[in-house]
Design a protein around this ligand. Sequence first.
Ligand SMILES: *Cc1c(COP(=O)(O)O)cnc(C)c1O
Ligand SMILES: [Zn+2]
Length: 413
Amino acid sequence: MAEILKLQCSICHREYAPDEVQYTCIDCGEVGTLDVLYDYEALRASVSRDRLESSNDHTLWRYRELLPLGSRAVITPLSVGMTPVYAAPRLAAELGVARAWVKDDGRNPTGSLKDRASALVVARAMEAGVKTVSTASTGNAAAALAGISASVGMAPVIFVPASAPEAKIAQLLVYGAKVVLIEGTYDQAFDLCFTICQQKGWYCRNTGINPFTVEGKKTVAFELAEQLGWQIPDVVVVSVGDGNIIAGVHKGFVDLLQLGWISRIPRLIGVQAVGSSPLVRAWKDGISARDMQPVNAETIADSISAGVPRDRAKALRAVRQTDGAFVDVTDDQILQAIPVVAQLTGVFAEPAAAAAFAGVKVAIERDFIQQSEQVAILLTGNGLKDIRRAQQSVGKPVRSAPDVESVLRALSQ
Ligand SMILES: *Cc1c(COP(=O)(O)O)cnc(C)c1O
Ligand SMILES: [Zn+2]
């Protein structure tokens, strides 16, 4: 129940009263995504690590005092957040780093980290009496909005590129969402969604444009810090499409630093697919968010395919301010990472999530991570989301006639 102090443009720093603007900065337009800021001094007096640790709420709502909701807000019922963090010694050995952890956000109710954003956005929509929420998505944000909405009896309108994996589209329909398959790119679906939301008076959850998705996603950093006993790893690695997750991770650590609950922020490393890597390029070439040009995004990791990263300003800032890096990985490296992560940790990750592990390898090669360091990897989505790519990442099982001798022969091959 944190009261919002102000909204501030991530580009020009213009400040707005909490209800002065709904989406992005009036001066900067869409690139000027807004930060939600609080009165940290007041928060320091009213919340404490000890109180938090004694909470028996094992969802993201355990952090409600650090989230932008009114005191009478109805919180959504699905169990989002507090996903497990696993120590991954075999993965650390494979990578050649001191320690590694994976946080399995595929354990969220609809199978990805996006549930964190949708839970908060839907809770705010209900608080404001909004009837229809809408989003464009490559799949997971849509599934999250559809599932969280279903849990409170709402039916969202969702714009999906027609190329999204079928399992993801089925998930939306099962939850009762109204789905429009756009015969075009994610970027086109995104713009259409925003335009139609404004015409219809729907609340737009679109990543980046909506300042509250980051506030939901920041809880993943809160959890990581709390679950590791407030001992912050050297590096946190996350895959990046629009840049909203890495922005959320950054915001979470910034909030904790402001509260005095942690003493430093880890370096943040963002991983993009080679075929969708405008942030890698901008970071290397020192290009500002405002000057970035759209690219034609193409990667098998549909969840990180974004030609115009909508939260590019905050994503670049997250990496630049924390002395982190952006790296890119090929689709082959992503595919190979799926079974490796699964076999070294037991966590089955979708391509976009496994990309983070592939990115750690590249970051080590490029000297962005040292052997003495501790690395946390966010696994952002569940492997069951995209079985077709998972099948491509492994061989075929052995076949056998249904008798003992044949089975033993098949097993010895
Ligand atoms: C959305 C998503 C990402 C990337 O998040 P952005 O905010 O678009 O950078 C990574 N992995 C998975 C599984 C996702 O669904
Ligand atoms: Zn601005």
